[in-house]
Structures are given as C-alpha cells and as structure tokens.
Design a protein. Structure first.
Length: 152
C-alpha cells in the first residue's frame, strides 16, 4: 500500500514564521544564560528570584508576589524558595501583623552571588546582541513590547 504525502504544503504565515524565530532566539539566549548560571550553581529560575528580591530591597516579597514577577511561570515557587533558603540565598519570615503571610528576602550571600554574576551576565548579553547596534536593539525592544502588549 502506498502512503501519499501532501505535496501541497502551505507556506507558514508571516506571523507563524515570526513566532518560530522568537521561540528559537529565546531558546538560544536562555540556553547560553543557563550554562553561565549553572557554572555558578544556580538555575535560571533561582537567578530570577534573586534578581526580583534584590529589587525589592529590605521590604521582601511574598511567594505570590515573586511568582507574579517571574519570567517563566514556575508553578512551585514555594519549593524553589525552600531550596534557596537551604542554600542560604534567601530567608523567609512570618509577618507579625498576619502570621499567614511569609515574606522572603535576599541574604548577604545571595547579594554577593548576584554581584559576582552581574558582570559576566552583562558580558554575555553584550556578546549575544551587541552586533545589532543600539538603533536596531531599540527597534527590536519596541517591537517586542508592542507584540507583548498590543493594547498599549
């Protein structure tokens, strides 16, 4: 029995081509960053949490607030914070006003680790994207923001 393939493949839409290009680029950029972070003993989500908590300063954030700010939506932020607390990168405390609320804060060890990574991460981003030049990078950023938030 002969199996026929449809030789009339339709050309993907421009939107589909752009979607695939963005997915490939994101995968490439993330893989390279993941390798750098792995060498420092961190996963990408852990690095993301540390950056989020550094931005919150001493105020700290709840698990839900961290989850809302994550780049990738990790369904189990609590387990991620458990590991990071065991590593001494974050500390969690119950709030006195409402004992149900647990606030996470970055530790000195976490701040030190981020400080050590700031320059290597910046250098990686430079190697990944500087060839585009400032003007094209600005255009790319604008287009990506417009694609993500079309209502703005």
């Amino acid at each position: 029995m002969e199996v026929r393939t449809d030789e009339r493949r339709t050309r993907p839409s421009l939107e589909h081509e752009v979607f695939l290009a963005v997915q490939r680029l994101a995968g490439d950029l993330s893989h390279q960053a993941g390798e750098l972070l792995k060498n420092a003993g961190l996963s990408s989500p852990q690095y993301n949490v540390l950056r989020i908590l550094r931005g919150a300063r001493n105020q700290g954030l709840t698990c839900g607030e961290i989850g809302e700010r994550m780049l990738s939506k990790d369904p189990d932020v609590t387990r991620l914070l458990d590991r990071m607390e065991r590593q001494g990168l974050v500390v969690r405390t119950r709030e006195r006003a409402d004992r149900r609320v647990v606030t996470s804060r970055i530790t000195e060890k976490g701040l030190d680790l981020l400080a050590q990574l700031d320059e290597p991460v910046a250098e990686l981003h430079h190697r990944q994207l500087a060839h585009l030049g400032s003007e094209k990078l600005g255009q790319l950023l604008s287009l990506l923001q417009e694609a993500r938030f079309p209502e703005r």
